[in-house]
Write a protein of this length. Sequence first.
Length: 143
Amino acid sequence: MQSPFAHSTCPLVGREYDEARNLAVSMRKQPDARSLLTADRAATLDRLAGLDRELTGMVEAAQGANADDEHDPEGATLAFEREHSAALAGHAREQLAAIDAALRRLDVGSYGTCVMCGAAIGGARLAARPAAATCITCAARPR
Ligand SMILES: [Zn+2]
């Protein structure tokens, strides 16, 4: 009869054990990704609300300032600032969409997998950018 310790010394079983343990560790990380994404989502919504308030204020200021003189140099500055804030708001909306997509991937279990090539997205990249949908290779590839 085989020794009950035969399996524990088998290098293959040892590797499987390590893989299972790594998988368990990465699965334990999932709630972290969700809380990161949720916090990121709240911060982005805040930023977006602030920008929207700013934009509304600028529109009102522009309506007041430019009523009598459309060549007012202040008007040009306001227009530039409005464009800048609108661009930031657009960025925040894109970020929000990326976060929502990442949360959906968490729900279906494909979070951390590159949507372009199917490779695993590196842990460091996900830590830095929890909403990342692509691996670093696909992100660097020109579209
Ligand atoms: Zn990829």
